[in-house]
Design a protein around this ligand. Structure first.
Ligand code: MN
Length: 438
């Protein structure tokens, strides 16, 4: 890894002397923090650059890329090496997604652990190592790297280079309940706890009050304590309350490392920062998210507004899905939310529910919502084992029309608005036949 980093950085220094740079990154937290890290580093080197944030990289986008600039892909690009090699310019790829190529073309320079030691690290971590090699004064960018690491769920099992990143960042790590933010009053963290859905508590202020009472956590006339301020006893009582409501016996996935980062001069929970950046990136405000990462005060204000409304929508979506009528079959559940839940959050709502332990392992969740003149379909699998959702959606869209994508445990489709009833009928048939086969 060290050798690849050094060689790639040397090549970058040489090439960037007389060519402008175009950074292309992904719209999630890992991609946004990666872009912010490199932007600050290039600014310090006095290099001129521009940034493009993408939902995903597609062939038509590649065809339109400028050939008079050096291209730098972050958190993207590994699966497009062949088409990128056809462009008449040099391309750098800093990415951690799988790569399937034997020989790297001459105009491509890539940092990807899959080509070295298969170590698990985020693109933000790799980008940090890149800029640290570029100039030692970039060490202050490590905390952004940690936020990206947390955003990609890579912060619970730490690899060698992820550890280097964490050490450089000076973040504080505490073991505790994995509900965020761990740094703000716990009643709000519980109410908005979408990362860990707690039946009867998430989105329900009365339920929050009850679970806190049971755990002996009261507020008096002050705000509630934060998670990191709880006593051992309060903490273990609260964990018991959560386990009872989640109907699970082990507390393995509800306890873990909490990363505390100094941000805008305050100690913040990295997951909260990550969720905020993610919301802005996905809701078409990536420039606000990058500005937030780089400490811009106006961007911070805007980002906080976007995040607050995103959380409201998410909780409203979760609350309304409970009330909506569901079609229940053997091993599956279909919810047609129509215009009751926004298309931008229906997938997240479905993911939260599939992780909630409300449904049996292997249950398929199909959620539908209007998306202008179409219907957006999100399919999620509860637990880790079950049928292949991409295949199931593929069968149905082949029959009634539409497009689908994704993978076996989480897939999605877009169909015509008037095909809603037809879709439900077709997917029920497919799911019922599949059950017979199994
Ligand atoms: Mn990533």
């Amino acid at each position: 890894m060290e050798e690849t980093l050094k060689k790639t950085v040397d090549k970058f220094i040489e090439l960037s002397k007389n060519k402008e740079i175009l950074i292309i990154s992904h719209h999630d937290t890992d991609g946004i923090t990666s872009a912010a890290i490199i932007a600050r580093a290039l600014e310090r080197q006095d290099l001129s650059f521009s940034i493009k944030i993408l939902k995903q990289l597609e062939e038509p986008t590649i065809d339109k890329l400028p050939e008079d600039k050096i291209l730098v892909f972050l958190d993207l690009g590994s699966s497009h090496i062949e088409s990128l090699s056809k462009l008449n310019t040099e391309t750098f790829i800093i990415d951690h997604h799988e790569v399937d190529i034997k020989k790297i073309p001459e105009n491509i320079f890539i940092i990807n652990p899959h080509l070295i030691d298969k170590e698990e690290i985020s693109a933000s971590g790799l980008t940090y190592l890149f800029v640290k090699n570029l100039n030692d004064n970039n060490k202050d960018l490590a905390s952004l790297g940690v936020i990206g690491l947390v955003g990609d769920f890579l912060s619970q099992n730490i690899s060698k280079h992820a550890n280097e990143l964490i050490k450089d960042s000076e973040v504080k790590i505490k073991r505790g309940l994995l509900i965020y933010p761990a740094t703000r009053p716990i009643n709000k963290s519980l109410e908005y706890s979408t990362s860990m859905f707690i039946p009867g508590v998430t989105g329900n202020p009365n339920g929050v009050f009850e679970i806190l009472q049971e755990a002996g956590i009261t507020k008096g006339n002050k705000p509630y304590k934060s998670i990191i301020e709880l006593t051992q006893e309060e903490n273990s009582k609260l964990i018991t309350g959560i386990l009872l409501r989640r109907m699970k016996k082990d507390n393995e996935d509800i306890i873990g490392n909490i990363y505390l980062v100094k941000f805008f001069n305050k100690l913040e929970d990295a997951r909260e920062l990550s969720a905020l950046i993610n919301a802005c990136g996905r809701l078409d405000s990536p420039e606000t998210a990058i500005g937030f990462c780089l400490g811009n005060k106006d961007c911070r204000k805007r980002a906080e507004e976007i995040y607050a409304s995103y959380k409201q929508h998410l909780i409203a979506g979760l609350n309304s899905i409970e009330k909506l009528q569901k079609i229940q079959g053997k091993g599956y559940l279909i919810v047609n939310a129509q215009d009751k839940i926004k298309d931008t959050i229906i997938g997240t709502v479905a993911s939260i529910l599939s992780n909630s332990s409300v449904y049996d392992e292997g249950t398929i969740l199909i959620a539908m919502a209007y998306s202008k003149d179409k219907i957006k379909v999100s399919a999620r699998l509860t637990g880790r084992k079950g049928r292949n959702l991409k295949e199931i959606l593929n069968i149905v869209t082949n029959k009634i029309g539409g497009e689908c994508g994704g993978h076996s445990m989480a897939a999605g489709a877009i169909i015509e608005k008037e095909k809603g009833a037809e879709f439900i009928e077709a997917i029920r048939k497919t799911l019922d036949i599949e059950t017979v086969k199994v």
